[in-house]
Design a binder for this molecule. Structure first.
Ligand code: GDP
Length: 320
């Protein structure tokens, strides 16, 4: 898996350590396992009531039946083998197990090609705002982004992206409502490469939005495939990343959506949004484990700064 995606890396840089500190300070997710592990400090014992509460907490967090059952079976086995009887040590084992289920990834761009990132997902999950947040994040790292308003179906999506482009001082390619989204991809990549030719020294990147009409799944997948097909025409000079934006508040629905998009398009990684809301975020376990998709970024609010790389260690630690 890793060899197929050389841009996935677990290496901790100074920047990612700073990112994790910033995220922890914002507490973007709920400590949904804290209840089951109460009494850790008083050396509480592991009993059946503990396993029941743990299972209930996992299910309530949207971790899904399959993942919850696997996790509990794995935990019971480890505790049995290691003869662990107290919650304090059970917590350590649980954290290690949970971390081992989650796949962390990061975008690593080739030095010779222009990265092109497609933002994919159903309407309302946070595609357009995540695109703007990633543009802001990359801008701080010296990238110059060309924004492509690929959701040509909704006028509001293009307007929203124009607003972000203006605010970020970045160029945007857009077309009138109802235009061909594949043609928009063509124009965006032509403009991006023209900028790259002018600013040869600079890190130039294309970030392309897309439509997410769930009402007509077949038509939507065909449209997305057409957009990706156009991008393929530029493959000598570009490398394409397909990021799926997943709304943490949609729970198991998000899992079903991720499955459909991945089966049809071959997704490269996930941005998890709205982890600041009432959601618990347990859905990341089902997605990461069953679909083997790496978690790239997390969005935890509406402003541009509420966005950072996904960090498995701090995510799991904060659940307890
Ligand atoms: P799209 O239809 O997928 O492009 O979704 P949008 O980017 O338009 O986002 C839909 C709504 O969700 C907007 O009101 C966003 O401000 C909001 N939103 C996006 N990400 C987050 C997040 O991480 N937290 C919260 N609370 N709201 C978010």
């Amino acid at each position: 898996m890793r060899a197929a995606f050389p841009w996935f890396s677990k290496k901790k840089t100074k920047q990612s350590a700073e990112d994790s500190e910033q995220r922890s300070a914002n507490k973007p997710w709920k400590a949904f396992l804290r209840g089951a592990f109460s009494g850790v400090e008083k050396s509480a014992r592991v009993d059946e009531a503990f396993f029941t509460e743990l299972e209930e907490s996992l299910l309530a967090s949207d971790a899904g039946l399959k993942f919850s059952a696997l996790f509990l079976a794995g935990l019971r086995e480890e505790l049995r083998q290691k003869k662990i009887l107290d919650k304090k040590h059970a917590a350590i084992i649980s954290k290690d197990l949970l971390k081992s289920w989650l796949r962390q990834g990061s975008l690593e761009f080739s030095k010779t090609k222009v990265p092109v990132i497609f933002f994919i997902g159903v309407n309302g999950v946070g595609k357009t705002s995540s695109l703007a947040k990633l543009a802001a994040y990359l801008k701080a790292k010296g990238f110059y982004s060309m924004l492509g308003a690929g959701d040509t179906f909704r006028a509001a999506a293009s307007e929203q992206l124009s607003f972000w482009a203006k605010r970020l001082g970045l160029p945007i390619v857009k077309k009138p409502q109802g235009s061909d989204s594949a043609a928009l991809v063509y124009d965006t990549l032509e403009s991006t490469l023209a900028i790259k030719d002018k600013k040869s020294e600079e890190a130039v990147i294309a970030l392309i939005d897309s439509s997410g009409r769930l009402q007509n799944k077949v038509a939507l997948m065909e449209e997305l495939k057409k957009m990706l097909g156009v991008a393929k025409k530029f493959e000598e000079r570009t490398e394409v990343f397909k990021i799926l934006v997943v709304d943490a508040t949609l729970g198991q629905n998000s899992f079903e959506q991720a499955k459909v998009f991945h089966e049809n398009l071959g997704i490269d990684g996930i941005i998890l949004t709205k982890t600041d809301s009432s959601s618990c975020g347990g859905i990341v376990f089902a997605i990461s484990h069953e679909l083997k998709l790496p978690l790239l970024y997390i969005s935890f609010g509406e402003s541009l700064e509420n966005f950072s790389p996904f960090d498995v260690d701090s995510f799991v630690e904060a659940l307890f």
